[in-house]
Write a protein that binds this ligand. Sequence first.
Ligand code: PLP
Length: 381
Amino acid sequence: MSPIYLDHAATTPLRPEVRDAMRTLLDEEYGNASSIHRWGRAAAARLEEARARLAAVVGSSPAEIVFTSGGTEADNLAVFGLSRLRRGSVVSSSIEHRAVLGPVQRLREEGRVVPFLDPETDGSVREESIRSALENGNVALLTLMWANNETGAVQPVEAAAGISEEARIPFHVDAVQALGKLAIDLSEVPIATAAFSAHKVGGPKGSGALFVRRGTELTPLLVGGGQENGRRPGTVNVAGAMGLAVAAELAERERVAETARLSALRDGLERCLREAIPELVVNGVDAERVATILNVSIPGADAEAMLMGLDMEGIAVSSGSACSSGAVTPSHVLRAMGLPPEVAGPSLRISLGRTTTAEDVDRAGATIPVVAERARALARV
Ligand code: PLP
C-alpha cells in the first residue's frame, strides 16, 4: 500500500510546473541578478517577472515585495525591522508560530513590554481584545497571524488592520498558512507587512517573501550589498523567487475549487473519527478554519505513540505537540486555547493538500481509530 502524506501544513511536495520554471533558472539563466552583463540582465528580468507575478497574486505592487529565505526570515525582518525604529510595546498573540514568537520574545528580553493576546477556546483571537490592547498605552507594533498552522483557525486580520490603521500602529501579518487558502488582497487590507513562504504552497523550501507597504520604514536584518533595495542584502535566489511566484499563482488559481474539495474531505474525516472515537475533541471546530487542517485530541492516547503507530501504517501526520530537547510538550497553541494538558497533549494535526485523495482520507479515517486505541492500551499498562 502506498504511503499517505497528510502533513501539508508542515510542507508540500514541489509542483511540477514550479520545478520546470526553476530548472531553467538554475541551468540556463543562472546569472547574478546584480551583474551588468547579459547573464545578469537576463536574471534580473526574471527576478522582476517573479516579483510582478507574486505581487499580482497578493494584490500588491511589485516594489512592495522583498524576497527572503523563507517565512521565518520574513517574520523576523518584519518584527525586528518595524519595532527597532519605534518605541513602545509589541502586541502579539500567544498562538503565533515560533517564527514570530522567537523574535518577539527576543524583544522582551531586550526590555520591551510584550502583551500576548490569548484566543478564545475556538482558537481565534477576538477583535475586542485587539482593540483594547491597542488602546492601552504606547504600542510600537501589532503582529498577528492570518491562519493558525496547528488548528487552521482564521484570525480577524481585516478587523485588526482597521483598528491598527485608526491607531496608526504598524501591523505585521504572518500570512504563511493563508496564502493559497484564503482570499488575500493587500490593496484592500491596510497592513504594513505580510510574510509568505513558498514550501507551504507547492514551492521550494528556503524561499519566501515579505510584503512591505510603500512608505513603511523598516531596518534590514542583514548588512551587505544593496539587493532588494537594501532591505535584504545578499545575492537573490532568483529560482527560489520564481518558484514562490509560480506556486502562489497556481495555488490562488485553484483556491476556490480546492477549498470546496478539501473541506468536504476534511469534514468527512472529522465525522468518521467522531463516530469511531466518541471522546474525540476537534480543536478549533467553532472557528472559521482553513479547509486543509484538522486538529483532534484523543484523550488517553500518547501523541508520540500515535505518530509512530501511524507512520508504521504508512500515514504521515504531525502532532500539536512541539518536540523540544527530546521532550514532547503540549502545544502552546492548544494550551493558549485553554485545553488542559491531558487534552492538549494527545493531539494530532492532520493536514490535507493538493495531492490528497478521497481514498487517502478514507484509509486515514479507518486507521487512526485503530492506532489511537493501541496507543491508549499502551498508555494504560
Ligand atoms: N509562519 C507559519 C504560520 C508557519 O506555519 C511557518 C512554517 O512552518 C513559518 C512561519 C515559517 O516558514 P518557513 O518554514 O518558510 O521558514
